[in-house]
Design a protein around this ligand. Sequence first.
Ligand SMILES: [Fe+2]
Ligand SMILES: [Fe+2]
Length: 351
Amino acid sequence: MTMDQVTFTEAELLLDHDMAEPLIEGGVRCHGGFDDAGAYVSPRTKFRVPAIEAWQAQNAETFGTEVIHVPLDTWPEHMPNVAQARHLISSGVPEPLIATLTRIGTVEGFGANIRLLQPGDMQQHFDEDIRGTAIDHLGTGLFEAHGRDEAGWEEEAGHKDMWFAARDIAFESPTANVDIDAMLARMGFGQPGSGPGAEVARALPDDIDVNLELIANLMIRVLFIEVQAFHTFAWAEEWLSDRDLVAGDGRAADLVSFIRADETPHVGYLKTALTEMRDRTWIGTGGQRHRGVDMIGTLWQRGLDQSLGDGRLQTRKAVLGEVEHWCLERPGGADILAEFHSLAGDQEAAA
Ligand SMILES: [Fe+2]
Ligand SMILES: [Fe+2]
């Protein structure tokens, strides 16, 4: 039996470490801060990070299984790639990058919708005890911490505004010259039925509680977005740190590296709770038993198909649409566009 603490109050899961210095960037007071040694410390991780470790250890002890693994190379590299980003900026067409950073920030903001989920009494859905698990803390701290990290909380900006701050540092407040609403509309935001809250058809047996399916399904979809985001961080940090290419002396890239650090507990708690659900027996509303491995497996496969299929096509279309839109406004735009396409990597050229 593990001696580590596995039960936490909501206040504990939302609690910051003591910080020596706050994170203020581009005039924006962001969440997180720095310790005495000047290292970045993610917000709300004083108890959340050790909690995730303790729950994982406990699940391994109880079920003898490994935590669900989601390899980053399930997804292709970021599109546009670094060479394409450099090419657009040095050809005087930075707007598609401004659009991409705006789109990423906007999607991060949507991530806060996870806090709208209402897990209620989760024990009724599972045969085995869930006391002292991540499942048991979803509605009492974990979803709320995640939502605050993404969309901000009180006076502290979250990821949404941190991406916008990175954009404004790198491109010196481009929003003065670019119609952001029109840009987002071109990329398909603000249309009814779009976005992560859109209605999803049922995939699990009828007697599985609808709310439980909704929660597990959204957690899987968000997990896939969170893991894929590590391609985006690597991509953005590479060209945003180039002092000859963009403004800000690397500060925009630093901001992205802080966001990246904050995502690790998101991936951690989602993987942990989904693993706990996978390893348990689910109880239908009529008392029927279902194997968690089948329930999670079904939602997992559907989510992966969507992410690698339609989801990727939509993002690709939105990004390429912006690239074409802005290149063709420039003299010689067709040549800039042709060069952009010639810089596509093998994965993208084959798409
Ligand atoms: Fe985020
Ligand atoms: Fe996240």
